[in-house]
Design a protein around this ligand. Structure first.
Ligand code: GLN
Length: 255
């Protein structure tokens, strides 16, 4: 069975572990760099990204987290976890905060406003329904949530959402504070996937819909299948003429 780590410095790690338990998977709490060894995948929960970054620094976790993302094993960031995985975050506290990076996007840390502007809404999630079945929508729980403002070309958009009326407008300052632009789109991106990275601005672990956790576990199966087929296609799986052998290697089958 897959070993799923959940970064347990702060925030909703217990809720992710319970959500995993509901679908029969054991989540392992991660607080130290060496606890990342042997994991198949990692969830970075929501919480408060500045506090989480301070704790991650205290435990010297950033180099190991970056290395983990670089292995290609599945990593899922929810809310503050999404901020951690973004290549660029804006709207940070002065002095900024360290990020893991890896996800080619720009995220605004508190796009929807302060804690009192937290909200719930139905999100259209055709890709999730296609892969995991069920309703074409899911409940999005947004708690002082970030939003993704821009994505790179390798990033697949899994869900976006209308900006609620009354959301305070944000200004984007570029360069040395010279150019300022008021962000004025009426929809923002709230769920994406880029290769091994899944990111959601909302909190599926606070709902009874387990499809996001299932999707994440399927990414783990996919990555094992890829590793297996890469092994199968290696030269050792071919005969002297270079033809593929039908049963290339006597290796365990990954479930
Ligand atoms: N906006 C918060 C932050 O900056 C994240 C909120 C959340 O994870 N629910 O960290």
């Amino acid at each position: 069975m897959a070993v799923v780590g959940v970064l347990a410095l702060q925030g909703s790690y217990n809720e992710h572990i319970s959500a995993l338990r509901r679908i029969g998977v054991k989540g392992v709490e991660v607080r130290k760099p060496d606890q990342l060894q042997g994991l198949d995948s990692l969830i970075i929960p929501g919480g408060e990204s500045t506090t989480m970054a301070k704790l991650a620094n205290y435990h010297n976790l950033f180099p190991a987290l970056r290395e983990f993302v670089g292995t290609g094993k599945p990593v899922w960031g929810t809310c503050a976890g999404l901020i951690f995985l973004a290549n660029k975050a804006i709207g940070q506290k002065s002095g900024g905060q360290e990020l893991i990076g890896g996800l080619d996007c720009t995220v605004h840390r508190n796009f929807f406003g302060s804690q009192v502007r937290s909200f719930e809404t139905e999100l259209s999630v055709p890709m999730l329904a296609d892969k995991e079945g069920g309703s074409p929508t899911c409940r999005g729980v947004f708690i002082r949530a970030p939003a993704i403002l821009e994505v790179g070309s390798d990033v697949e958009i899994l869900a976006d959402c209308p900006v609620p009326a009354g959301t305070p407008s944000i200004t984007i300052t570029s360069g040395e504070g010279v150019e300022e632009e008021v962000y004025s789109k009426d929809r923002v991106i709230v769920a994406v996937r880029q290769g091994n990275i899944l990111a959601t601005a909302f909190h599926p672990e606070l709902t009874s819909d387990s499809r996001w956790h299932r999707l994440f576990l399927d990414m783990d199966k996919e990555s094992h299948a890829k590793a297996f087929s890469a092994l199968s296609l290696s030269t050792s799986s071919r005969d002297a003429e270079g033809r593929l052998n039908p049963r290339p290697l006597d290796l365990p089958i990954f479930e």
